[in-house]
Design a protein. Structure first.
Length: 168
């Protein structure tokens, strides 16, 4: 009997609202979540206590490696990126034979960039959505793999809409 092929997957993300994406990857039958790449710990509060990102805290609770280098040694198949906040250089993209998929909270090509949820609300849009693209060298650009639409409720805030989009 053939063993199923798992995709060795690396997740790139930082804020709390992307934890549902990482959780889905952890539970997926088709992938093995090998590591998380996130932003460095930052000083927080009056005391300036060095604090890990929410996704790093989540990863450590689930015994998932958090790395900032050494991706090549892991020989990953696939990258998944959601709200990472950094541009990924082409040489890093090239380490992933299946590419890096970006989960972006807008109906691309609309609202590229760091604040797509706020932009949709401020523009008075009645719907937005999530687009999954295969990353290329440009920001929030590349072939669209999938898209789904979601209504923007009248009393919606950036926080509630963003959380709802990333839970889908």
């Amino acid at each position: 009997m053939l063993k199923p092929k798992f995709l060795k997957t690396i997740f790139f993300g930082t804020p709390e609202f992307v934890i549902p994406v990482a959780q889905s990857l952890l539970q997926a039958e088709y992938c093995k979540l090998c590591a998380i790449v996130t932003n460095p710990d930052r000083p927080v509060g009056r005391e300036q206590i060095l604090t890990p990102s929410p996704i790093k805290s989540w990863a450590l609770k689930h015994d998932i490696r958090v790395i900032d280098s050494g991706l090549k040694k892991l020989a990953p198949d696939l990258g998944i990126l959601a709200a990472y906040g950094k541009i990924i250089p082409q040489e890093l993209i090239n380490l992933f034979p299946k590419g890096i998929l970006v989960i972006h909270p807008s109906l691309l090509p609309a609202y590229r960039g760091a604040s797509p949820v706020q932009a949709a609300i401020l523009a008075g849009d009645r719907e937005t959505g999530v687009t999954i693209i295969k990353m290329d060298e440009k920001m929030d650009h590349g072939p669209i793999i999938s898209q789904f639409k979601e209504k923007i409720l009248p009393d919606e805030t950036t926080k509630t809409l963003r959380e709802r989009l990333f839970k889908k």
